[in-house]
Design a protein around this ligand. Structure first.
Ligand code: FPP
Length: 264
């Protein structure tokens, strides 16, 4: 992983264009819907499990490439709240892959200054999965060179609903004052609150949906859909997506960003 990360820049907050400074030209926070493992395996007459295993290798390559390309934050969709409807053997495989990925790569990621976080509902996860997640988060909690956020047992609607519960309790207790109530205050209760605004969502495999991923955070993110199946993905595809991102003009619902910022 490259030590030469892009210098820190501040992004315009997606929900509040006047809140912060001009966004940097490059993306800081990219999210990826890693789709197509099953189709990759099917094309090769292999079991789906081997597609998911190849997907982990693609994840490793892409994480390495992300830091070298100057990204600070990457959020990947590892397991959705809807994935529980898959066969038990496939669910078990995905749980094992998460554990094995973290166990095999933790020391290297830690040494390279990466911080690992897992977002999503933890109460449904088994103790062995929880232990691996908590250990990785604890070991890397002081790192800030690169942030890898894994959405696992995550659903955008569930995250918003759970945040709403915490938000309501905070308003009731007075922790959030009535004059603070609004998008910015609410955003602090989401599982993604610690990260910078989301700049770009990539989905592989040619599908063009968000599938309940980062619904709130996607408000002003750019979307890039790539026709490559996830196990074939790597830094060259991420670089192409970032180039596409940089060619887009982000308006945040208003006029050109320059005009929005000039208007104060
Ligand atoms: C979609 O492929 C991918 C997933 C359901 C999960 C993504 C998982 C990995 C990349 C490997 C494990 C990584 C972690 C962090 C656990 P699909 O099975 O829906 O593919 P298909 O649409 O072609 O059937």
């Amino acid at each position: 992983m490259s030590p030469a990360l892009r210098p820190q820049g501040r992004s315009v907050n997606g929900g509040d264009p006047q809140a912060e400074e001009r966004p940097p030209a490059g993306a800081r926070h990219v999210a990826i819907i890693m789709d197509g493992n099953g189709r990759w395996a099917k094309k090769r007459a292999l079991p789906r499990s081997l597609g998911h295993r190849a997907g982990v290798n693609a994840l490793k390559r892409t994480v390495e490439g992300a830091a070298e390309l100057g990204l600070e934050w990457m959020t990947v969709f590892g397991f959705s709240t809807e994935n529980w409807s898959r066969p038990a053997t496939e669910i078990a495989e995905l749980m094992s892959l998460l554990k094995n990925y973290v166990r095999s790569d933790l020391a290297r990621l830690e040494a390279e200054g990466a911080r690992i976080r897992v977002i999503g509902r933890r109460s449904d996860l088994s103790p062995d999965v929880l232990e691996v997640i908590e250990h990785a988060e604890e070991r890397t909690r002081n790192n800030d060179r690169f942030h890898l956020q894994v959405a696992f047992n995550y659903g955008g609607r569930a995250d918003i609903a759970e945040a709403a519960g915490r938000y309501a309790a905070a308003i009731a207790s007075g922790a959030v004052a009535p004059d603070e109530v609004g998008e910015r205050a609410f955003g602090r209760f989401l599982s993604t609150a610690e990260g910078p605004p989301l700049d770009l969502i990539i989905r592989t495999s040619g599908e063009r949906r968000l599938s309940n991923f980062l619904l709130w955070e996607a408000a002003y993110a750019e979307l890039v859909f790539q026709d490559v199946l996830w196990p074939d993905y790597g830094p060259e595809h991420l670089k192409a997506a970032l180039e596409e991102f940089e060619s887009r003009e982000r308006r945040y619902g208003g006029a050109e960003v320059d005009d929005v910022l000039a208007a104060g």
